[in-house]
Design a protein around this ligand. Structure first.
Ligand code: G6P
Length: 504
């Protein structure tokens, strides 16, 4: 295998300056976990990411743009040159981005604009509106930040002699592939898009220079990968309709003209991401999770009470507000369930510097207050929300769920669904939106929900709560089996073996 250069906006670890010195905290999110699995299995890899804290930026400065070796076990640590017993580790290169440019890139373009377009979140009657400020944020923010990261990737590829596998990640970096291709012709470049890829009509919401620029950027790669076949096909349709390129839906390729007058083929592929089964099971068996479980049981599971659970970032794509409305509707229509079932939601505040996200969190608060006020009874509060990022608590709630709600408007994959079916120990029923990537694998073992149909969601909650235990057990076991067989290791192996096939 050639050396690998990975790029993602969030890195595996962030430095924090505390009174006792520098400490390392793991980067947030399932993507980082999956990439850590990848990095652990590679002997020669460097992971380029954004400096996410002032301490990261200082470290980047002190290392003059070189990477730092970070060991993963027993806990995160910097590997010093004279360390002898080195476990799994990865070289991390932090890129410091000017604060204002980073805000244009992240807070104006990547989130909300790209995120909203790709998840189909705009109503279009009033939003979005592109002003001179948006165009400036694109040119001075998104484009310039992409160039800065492309420079870092190119340096890393050149450091290993120009032959490397470059694995770019997600919607933050659509322009990097083409830029690396122009400067590193011998590199093998893939770009993994972890969020849904809509068809051409969805993309027409963006001004032409933005949408065509991003598509051309991706077409600089050898492989553009997604979690689902639907996204991969949409990508090819975009190349066909927006850039008038020739595509082959059998071979799943698009033919792209080169600067030298020839052509090259770009493949669209899909590899459904998954979770690290072993680490979910290890955490599920921990004392920390047991302690949370005890507390949740005491609070919500006395006298045959039941529990509906959700775990999400407070992101408009997750459809949290409609989920609570549907729960309120179910209580209206089945008053016998009042006092008998609680909706426990662990919600991680996310991207609060983006106004759309701050507004959404406020809407979540309002609907919870409304449903709780309408239905509360003696000693019973229908919805218990926890605004927190606590994986151990989340896993305890997965274990105890009678119903797990994943009703996303759209979701590239949704790893909560996969973690929950692995951890659950009460024959819980998964309610799964048909618009999640996870539905392709788990839809047969879940109750499918339509993200906009409140009545159908309310009916599905009721059905799950009243379903025969043996049927529930069968569905859960089949879902857990599917996740176990297609874990994150499989996701990594499939990609790496396809990329190796491109090395000549
Ligand atoms: C999604 C994206 C990731 C992102 C994560 C957390 O899973 O696909 O690229 O890192 O959300 O979002 P944040 O903006 O906090 O990095």
């Amino acid at each position: 295998m050639l050396p690998v250069v990975l790029l993602s906006h969030r890195g595996p670890a962030t430095f924090r300056r505390t009174r006792s010195g520098l400490t390392l905290k793991r980067g947030a999110g399932g993507l980082v976990t999956a990439l850590m699995g990848l990095a652990e299995h590679l002997d020669d890899a460097v992971w380029v990411c954004a400096a996410a804290s002032p301490a990261d930026a200082l470290i980047a400065f002190e290392h003059e743009g070189h990477s730092i070796e970070i060991g993963f076990s027993p806990e995160l640590h910097v590997v010093e040159e004279d360390d002898t017993a080195v476990g799994p580790s990865v070289n991390v290169r932090y890129v410091e981005v000017d604060k204002h440019r980073h805000s244009q890139f992240y807070t104006q373009i990547a989130n909300p604009l790209l995120w909203f377009v790709q998840h189909g979140l705009y109503g279009l009657a009033n939003d979005p509106e592109f002003t001179a400020d948006t165009h400036k944020a694109y040119e001075d923010g998104y484009v310039v930040v992409n160039e800065q990261f492309a420079d870092a990737v190119v340096e890393e590829v050149e450091r290993v002699g120009g032959r490397a596998v470059v694995m770019l990640q997600d919607y933050h970096f659509y322009l990097v592939g083409n830029s690396v291709r122009a400067r590193c012709p011998d590199a093998i470049i893939s770009h993994f898009v972890h969020i849904p890829w809509p068809g051409p009509d969805g993309w027409r919401v963006l001004p032409v220079q933005m949408r065509d620029g991003m598509l051309r950027g991706l077409l600089g790669c050898d492989v553009v990968a997604f979690h689902t076949r639907r996204s991969a096909r949409n990508f090819l349709s975009c190349a066909q309709e927006m850039l008038d390129l020739s595509v082959d839906f059998q071979a799943m390729t698009v033919t792209v003209p080169t600067s030298r007058g020839g052509t090259r083929k770009v493949a669209a592929r899909w590899y459904p991401i998954s979770v690290d089964v072993e680490s979910v099971e290890k955490l599920a068996a921990s004392e920390e999770v047991a302690a949370h479980r005890q507390v949740i049981e005491q609070l919500h599971l006395n006298d045959g009470h039941r529990l509906i659970v959700r775990v999400d970032r407070t992101d408009p794509s997750k459809n949290i507000v409609r989920g609570f409305r549907a729960f309120g509707l179910m209580l209206d229509q089945h008053p016998d369930l009042r006092g008998q079932v609680t909706f426990l939601a662990s919600l991680m505040p996310s991207r609060q510097d983006v106004p759309e996200y701050a507004d959404y969190l406020a809407q979540v608060g309002a609907v919870v207050a409304e449903v709780n006020a309408r239905h509360h009874g003696e000693g019973w509060q229908p919805i218990d929300i926890r605004l927190q990022e606590d994986l151990a608590f989340a896993v305890a709630s997965y274990q105890l769920a009678d119903v797990l709600v994943v009703n996303a408007v759209n979701d590239g994959m949704n790893l909560v669904a996969k973690e929950a079916v692995l951890a659950n120990s009460r024959d819980g029923v998964l309610l799964l939106s048909e618009n999640t990537g996870a539905h392709d694998e788990l839809g047969d073992f879940a109750l499918t929900v339509h993200p906009f149909d409140l009545q159908q969601q309310a009916d599905a909650m009721y059905e799950a709560l009243t379903m025969d235990r043996a049927d529930r057990a069968k569905m859960l076991a089949a879902a857990a089996d599917r996740v176990t067989k297609n874990d994150v290791g499989q996701w990594l192996r499939n990609q790496l073996s396809d990329l190796e096939g491109l090395i000549d």
